[in-house]
Design a protein around this ligand. Sequence first.
Ligand code: ACO
Ligand code: KIV
Ligand code: MG
Length: 561
Amino acid sequence: MTTTPVWNPQRPSPMPYHRYRPFQDRVSVPVTDRAWPAARIERAPLWVPVDLRDGNQALAEPMDTPRKRRFFDLLVAVGFKEIEVGYPSASRTDFDFVRHLADGGVVPDDVTPVVFTPARADLIDRTFDAIEGLSRAVVHLYIATSPVWREVVLGRGRAEVWRTVRGAAEHMARRAGDAPGVRFQFSPETFNLTEPDFVLELCDGLTQLWDASPDRPVTHNLPATVEIATPNVYADQIEYAHRNLARRDSVILSVHPHNDRGTGVACAELAVLAGAQRVEGCLFGNGERTGNVDLVTLALNLYAQGVDPMVDLGDIDAVRDTVEHCNRLPVHPRHPYAGDLVHTAFSGTHQDAIGKGLAEHARRARESGVAEAQAPWSVPYLPIDPADVGRSYEAVIRVNSQSGKGGVAYLLRTHHGIDLPARMRADFARVVQEATDDSGREATPKELYELFRATYLTDGAAVRLHDWSAREEAPGVHRFVCTLEAGDRVGDHEGTGAGPLTAFVDALAGAGVAVEVLDFTEDGTAAFAECRVGGVTAWGAGTGPSAAVHAVLSAVNRAVR
Ligand SMILES: CC(=O)SCCNC(=O)CCNC(=O)[C@H](O)C(C)(C)COP(=O)(O)OP(=O)(O)OC[C@H]1O[C@@H](n2cnc3c(N)ncnc32)[C@H](O)[C@@H]1OP(=O)(O)O
Ligand SMILES: CC(C)C(=O)C(=O)O
Ligand SMILES: [Mg+2]
């Protein structure tokens, strides 16, 4: 018996967890000397989007032909080569769409549509009627095979299920005749709960019956119809099938993970490590219940490993817009790669790291003479360059009360060309934090600039500079002449110095304002000065032709305020 360690104060849950059984009590998973843990994914599997069938059957409002057509065109444009287009015997809408594809000549030569059918002769006939005229198609037969589904849903034992499958497969073979463009697919629905020997019996029986060959392979698609276990278990199940399926070179081993445990992506990836060659899923993970595995995430996960995903997701927002329109479902803002917020940092240390990383990336690219968009990527907190999926850097850093000086400085620089000196950043970040703490909201780049302007770009009221001029009288000797208003005293003053700024400081001293300039920098857009007046230190800034003078005046006024 395990005892709870003292450092763990958790209490037993009152929820009735005893009602559920672990996977090992529900299905036997043959123990293998697993190869998948040490395998690597070095190329993309064949991706097969099933949005127009599995995704569609999960929608409250199934797609009509215009929506399906728009989705189909998107899938083709992204680069998918095998696309499940429907369940033609399910409804007139589905049948009509497949007819639309067949009659309209809209399927490119290198794209193969897949159509889905249950194991019933009348529905198989309807399916073949739908694909009449298509030069290529995969006809996909399914039936549930696990004990609970056999007993509760189908009311058939193993032998009866095989007889049903065999009858359906023979009927499909008859309907296909010798049409060279028709291939077959079989899915033992609820594969992950099915006895492994029964899976092999059914799949091998069909490989033989359909006389699969390397030139005309059969697809055996092994779904995690409802996820039941950790992804390593699915990987073991797939590796067992991979090693034991007959005529393996005539079989395309496919997987179809759902996402009930939230581990669909992990299941698919481990299944590919275990020998799967083809993956069915939906864009952004639409599908029954918690959805099918998300093909966009899978493809971009490969991309982020430097592996060619074999699809083009370079404009992910356009892809997302179309999918959202067709499914009438939104994509979550935290959705991997595609959500509105996934390339954005609000928190200070992340922003600091990203800002430094982007600058370092630009520097390395420049030094190696490579365009930034082609240079190797290693920016902290950003798994891929947002620009690779068509995102700008605008949304990478956003500021609220949890942000720090790095993020604030980044936004001022990138949006307004104001490059705050390193020591001034903390000063402005405090101002921003106070404002965002007060508002409880994010500060947009425009609002940040307004805050910067109001804080530093106003000359102030305590010491006012009226008419003034500065000139270099002799090399290295500057004279500053002005009218200064300090408190209730107004007077004409002048000062000299090695530069206009020191001459101005000298004039200020004449007016009784003793100023020490601790730091001064100027870039093309603005000047920044840190001054000490009467023991108080403050930063100021100025823009325009007399930026330096205004920066000092602003700092002085902020110090004496
Ligand atoms: C995991 C998956 O995604 S499977 C795909 C699920 N998708 C859909 O169901 C969408 C489309 N489906 C439909 O339009 C309809 O279900 C149809 C047209 C296929 C069949 O409709 P109906 O004849 O009204 O049957 P119904 O929808 O109630 O389906 C249940 C019947 O199908 C049987 N059945 C379930 N799966 C299969 C199968 N693969 N092959 C043959 N029969 C099956 C059930 O045993 C049940 O039979 P029973 O009536 O003798 O008990
Ligand atoms: C492939 C089919 C049967 C399916 O959608 C599933 O099992 O989830
Ligand atoms: Mg499914």
